[in-house]
Design a protein around this ligand. Sequence first.
Ligand SMILES: Nc1ncnc2c1ncn2[C@@H]1O[C@H](COP(=O)(O)OP(=O)(O)OP(=O)(O)O)[C@@H](O)[C@H]1O
Ligand SMILES: [Mg+2]
Length: 260
Amino acid sequence: MRIEQPGVGPTASELERKPVVLTLKAVHVSLGPAAQVEALRQITLSIQAGERVALVGPNGCGKSTLLRALHGLLPIASGERQVPRASRIAMLFQRPHMLRMSVRRNLQLGLWLSGVPWGQTRERAHQALARVDLLHLAERNGRALSGGQQQRVALARAWALQPDVWLLDEPTASLDPHAKRDVEALIADFSDEVPAPHRLPPTLVFASHNLGQVKRLASRVIYLEQGQLLADLPVNHFFNHAFLEAHCPQAHLFVKGETQ
Ligand SMILES: Nc1ncnc2c1ncn2[C@@H]1O[C@H](COP(=O)(O)OP(=O)(O)OP(=O)(O)O)[C@@H](O)[C@H]1O
Ligand SMILES: [Mg+2]
């Protein structure tokens, strides 16, 4: 049962009213030249506006594939993907792709490709770089930045488009501890941003191997193994050892192994 306290997070009735932004129904994805790898099997889930969903599980379990399926970047062999409202979806990959041009141009191009008139892109690129505290690097070559800086530029590039849904694939995996903290703080900041009028609160879906990060960022955890969704739990249930052991022994073993 949920106890309602005024001023402490959304109430149960507010949560119930949150619209669904993405749904997968019995989705099956096969990969490889002869579609011989069953990367996702019978995945059913719904994500509501404002949720922060972590995807966890061993290497090769299907986290990246699930993010791509949520984005609509992959052909679905069977099942259905539903996007009930016109949401803007941004996807960030583990290693950001920078073009060999200035950071500012990288952002301008992203905006322009998304339909923003070129004349407005410079100002918006500057705003976005200021938002991630990288305005001083605007004229540097995007390829010449450190991994952490590139990831922040990639976040700025996505933020400039004001997405409703952020899909992040191990956004801090290749970063040093300092850059990791920086990027994680930005992600937390972006997902806390107050939406513009008539817009939904930002929704976050991210894959992570870092269970500390999952605890800090997620409100809900989805556990995958061999393309199957084995657990889908509120974060406090997922990290309750006794509950997880009873509910999903495979996920419990995984968490135990990662925290040993
Ligand atoms: N292009 C591809 N062709 C064939 N098989 C693929 C392809 N991409 C991924 N796979 C396979 O699909 C499965 C799921 O891969 P995916 O990359 O989604 O896993 P993951 O959970 O993101 O792993 P990691 O933790 O290593 O990032 C794996 O068995 C992988 O080998
Ligand atoms: Mg992956």
